[in-house]
Design a protein around this ligand. Structure first.
Ligand SMILES: Cc1cc2nc3c(=O)[nH]c(=O)nc-3n(C[C@H](O)[C@H](O)[C@H](O)COP(=O)(O)OP(=O)(O)OC[C@H]3O[C@@H](n4cnc5c(N)ncnc54)[C@H](O)[C@@H]3O)c2cc1C
Length: 376
């Protein structure tokens, strides 16, 4: 760790060491850049430490095919990403693409879901998107424990899951292993022009001089955008979930909001709460979502609850990611999203090439900060 008041130099400074910033930093190091990651190093329950670990495609991008394509692309990259990351870090992030189910509990739900699936496949089947509705017999052949209330489900072979805590640890280990630096400490307070086209990042204990900056600070992006005069309208959206005791066996296919972890626990439910003042847990919120899940997998009715947890999603007004350079601050890029596990492979393997100018920016063209100016 540098001494107080010193200036560290790097090709790229990434602000935020959560799964998004860490994946990008890892990818930039693979491309030979000197990278410094600045993180608050807090013990707070940031999104990267409190999520479901799903690498999920089938609910991404209804009405926004670019987002479906991005999620699909990331899912297709995930096997290589997990393998490379294991080589670099020695950590197996337990990624498996077993396929995923989203279950419907009434005919009306099934009709709505079928219409969504038709819309998404019409837009993206030429890109290889595979989602289809399946009937109870086929659902039960995939998951015999499915309850009688399930009348249909959408299924996609692209869907999978990884262990999100191992993922974060692996990314940090791989960054250090490839010569990157992770400087935990006070928040970055300002990003100032350094005169020669580069940037000076200021935090209470040090400065970092870097040619490029990536703001991957999760919900911290809003304040950093404010210091640059650009709107990065992320907001914290709370989600709570319940962890059950371990069960033997092996979930053959992942079920959204009822995923079995590699250790045998089930992660149930996931609430959506706006304007939450704190990260306390409260069955009033998470209960309805879990009640629904118990109709899908009734054998969990008597499962012992080990713990509940809550974390803040990083949500935008249109729920899509924010990427790309800030037009008024050349050399400063943004990367923030609400599905950072799903998109981690894209962030590590594709996005760094776009940031360095080695790859075309088409995949992120719809997700620039300018869309919020246009909407204002
Ligand atoms: C309940 C729940 C379930 C979820 N389930 C899934 C799922 O199944 N699949 C999926 O793909 N996604 C899921 N997500 C979303 C996923 O967790 C997030 O998209 C992802 O973790 C975002 O990572 P991040 O690095 O962008 O943000 P964060 O994890 O919030 O990290 C941001 C980092 O930036 C740092 N920072 C902020 N401001 C500053 C500053 N000024 N200076 C220095 N550092 C700063 C912070 O210290 C922090 O470490 C879920 C989220 C929740 C809450």
């Amino acid at each position: 760790m540098p001494r107080d008041g010193t200036t560290v130099t790097a090709d790229v400074a990434v602000i935020g060491g959560g799964v998004t910033g860490a994946a990008i930093a890892y990818g930039l190091l693979r491309r030979g850049r000197r990278v410094v990651v600045l993180d608050e190093g807090d013990k707070a329950f940031r999104a990267s430490r409190g999520n479901g670990g799903l690498v999920w495609v089938q609910n991404k991008g209804l009405g926004c095919p670019s987002y479906t394509r991005l999620s699909l692309r990331s899912s297709l990259l995930w096997t290589r990403f997990a393998r490379d990351l294991q080589q670099d870090s020695g950590i197996d992030v337990a990624y498996e693409r077993r396929g995923g189910l989203q279950c419907c509990l009434s005919e009306a739900e099934a009709d709505t879901r079928a219409a969504q699936v038709r819309q998404m496949t019409a837009a993206c089947s030429a890109d290889g998107l595979d989602i289809r509705m399946i009937a109870p017999d086929e659902i039960r052949s995939m998951e015999p424990q499915i309850g009688p209330d399930v009348v249909a489900a959408s299924y996609s072979p692209h869907d999978g899951a990884a262990d999100p805590i191992r993922l974060l640890r692996a990314l940090h280990a791989a960054i250090l292993g490839r010569g990157g630096r992770i400087l935990s400490g006070p928040a970055v307070e300002a990003i100032e022009p350094a005169g020669d086209g580069s940037h000076m990042l200021r935090r209470r204990d040090m400065r970092v001089a870097a040619g490029q900056v990536v703001i991957a600070a999760g919900n911290g992006a809003r304040a950093l955008g404010g210091t640059l005069g650009v709107a990065l309208p992320v907001r914290p959206q709370k989600g709570q979930a319940i962890i059950t005791e371990r069960f033997g066996g092996h979930q053959k296919v992942f079920i959204i909001k009822a995923r079995q972890t590699i250790d045998g626990h089930f992660i149930l439910g996931s609430s959506i709460e706006e304007d939450a003042a704190d990260l306390g847990t409260d069955l009033g919120y998470v209960g309805p979502s879990v009640a629904r899940t118990l109709r899908i997998l009734p054998f969990l009715q008597n499962a012992r609850v080990l713990r509940t947890w809550a974390a803040y999603r990083v949500m935008t007004p249109d729920s899509f990611p924010i990427y790309g350079p800030i037009a008024t601050a050349p050399g400063i890029h943004v990367a923030t999203c609400h599905s950072g596990i799903t998109l981690a492979a894209f962030h590590a393997l594709d996005l760094p090439g776009i940031l360095t100018g080695d790859a075309p920016a088409d995949p992120i063209a719809q997700f620039l900060t300018t869309r919020f100016e246009e909407a204002a």
